[in-house]
Design a protein around this ligand. Structure first.
Ligand code: SAH
Ligand code: SF4
Length: 395
């Protein structure tokens, strides 16, 4: 962690408006949107067309006010405004790191907070979004893992993070203007807070909306879902979302993985590898990312590197290995491996014929790096007893 102060920190105090009894249209699938329109007086015959129009206003043009939906009759716009809202999470604070990384703290219903991180790179801009407030799992190196699961995010809150970032990047196109193909926000990774496969339906619906060609229209190849290894949901991810997959692998023996990623007690390395080997989307052009956090003296030996390769080769998995230098957080029980160790580990993997990029640490000065996310208001630490009870449950 760098002790440096963030470059900027804006605190926004716009009050959250939650009009009683109105339905939020954000996060509904097209079918659900059509249903709520009909339920609130849109004639069935018109419903399909109205759904398409409203969808475009929300997801293509980023409009939040029904009054701006100029291809709808005035009276109909008023009727919509009476029954519905178009609402996304509210930005509470925004920090910009020295390296351009932006971290947003967003408030969602119930006063909970989630963090969202935008990482600009030369050829792309990646938004790291959260799927839960806290996490039920208790990976011992992860800051989020020390926070109890508060609740799952709704589909609106998940796709709303993408819409929020597009607002901040001022990336909604102007109706009628020529199409601009350069995208500040070109990729999404589900690598923020929470285990996305323990909130499957909401994550799926939100990503379907982000992929819809008449809206945000990100290709499924530009969305990566990271899981700690919820084996039964892995095949479903390919079938129902179709995005790329990353696995928090982190250890090469069950003994060590049981400690680092306790869900391993439920589905062990061999079961996980089998699920990956049969991931229907995996191919040479759509390789599975193995995330591997480098912890000094714990999982970073040459033997580990060789075992990792053996696992992947034995199952013939199209893979790339993403080495993540451990990001420390207050009270973390591990240290980051030395740069030399990380390079030596990467080299063994590279020699075996696999890409082994070392993930550049981004936004560390604002605690935006992998595994550092945790909302300031919800720092309640899990007790050891609780962690044991929960891992027992998973195990
Ligand atoms: N729950 C999902 C996605 C969120 S974590 C999962 O576990 O995959 C995103 C990635 O950051 C995971 O690979 C996670 O293991 C890694 N990570 C967590 N804490 C970290 C830390 N302190 N330093 C580096 N990487 C970390
Ligand atoms: Fe949850 Fe992922 Fe952190 Fe594990 S690494 S505690 S699954 S967020």
């Amino acid at each position: 962690m760098s002790p440096k102060a963030p470059i900027t920190q804006d605190v926004m105090t716009i009050p959250r408006k939650l009009p009683e009894g109105k339905t939020n249209l954000v996060g509904l699938t097209r079918d659900q949107l059509r249903e709520v329109l009909i339920a609130h007086g849109t004639p069935e015959k018109q419903a399909k067309m109205r759904t398409g129009q409203i969808w475009q206003w929300i997801y293509q043009w980023g409009v939040r006010d029904f009054a701006e939906m100029t291809n709808l009759a005035k009276a109909y716009r008023a009727q919509l405004a009476e029954n519905f809202v178009i609402e996304i999470p509210e930005v509470v604070t925004r920090q910009v790191s020295e390296d351009g990384t932006r971290k947003y703290l967003c408030r969602i219903a119930g006063g909970h907070e989630v963090e969202v991180v935008y990482i600009p790179e030369e050829d792309r801009g990646t938004l790291c979004i959260s799927s839960q407030v806290g996490c039920t799992l208790t990976c011992s190196f992860c800051h989020t893992g020390t926070q109890k699961l508060v609740r799952n995010l709704t589909a609106a809150e998940i796709v709303g993070q993408v819409m929020m970032a597009r607002d901040d990047l001022e990336e909604w196109p102007t109706p009628g203007a020529p199409k601009d193909e350069t995208r500040l926000l070109s990729n999404i990774v589900l690598m923020g807070m929470g285990e996305p496969l323990y909130n499957f339906e909401n994550v799926r619906d939100a990503m379907k909306i982000a992929m819809d060609p008449e809206g945000i229209s990100l290709s499924r190849r530009r969305i990566t879902l990271s899981t700690s290894g919820v084996v039964p949901e892995i095949a479903r991810t390919a079938e129902e979302i179709g995005c790329l997959l990353a696995i928090s692998f982190h250890a090469t023996t069950d003994e060590t993985r049981d400690v680092l990623v306790p869900i391993n007690k439920r589905w062990n390395i061999e079961e996980l590898l089998q699920a990956l080997a049969s991931y229907p989307k995996a191919s040479n052009s759509e390789r599975i990312t193995f995330e591997y956090v480098m912890l000094d003296g714990v999982n970073d030996s040459d033997e580990d590197a060789h075992r990792l390769i053996d696992h992947i080769k034995r199952h013939n998995i199209p893979a790339k290995i993403n080495l993540i230098p451990f990001n420390e957080w207050p009270g973390a029980p591990y240290k980051r491996s030395s740069n030399n160790r990380i390079r030596a580990f990467a080299n063994i993997i590279y020699q075996a014929g696999y890409a082994s990029p070392i993930r550049k640490t981004r936004g560390e000065d604002i605690m935006a790096a992998c595994g550092q996310l945790k909302s300031a208001t919800e720092r309640a630490r899990k007790s050891r007893k609780q962690i044991e009870a929960e891992t027992g449950l998973q195990g």
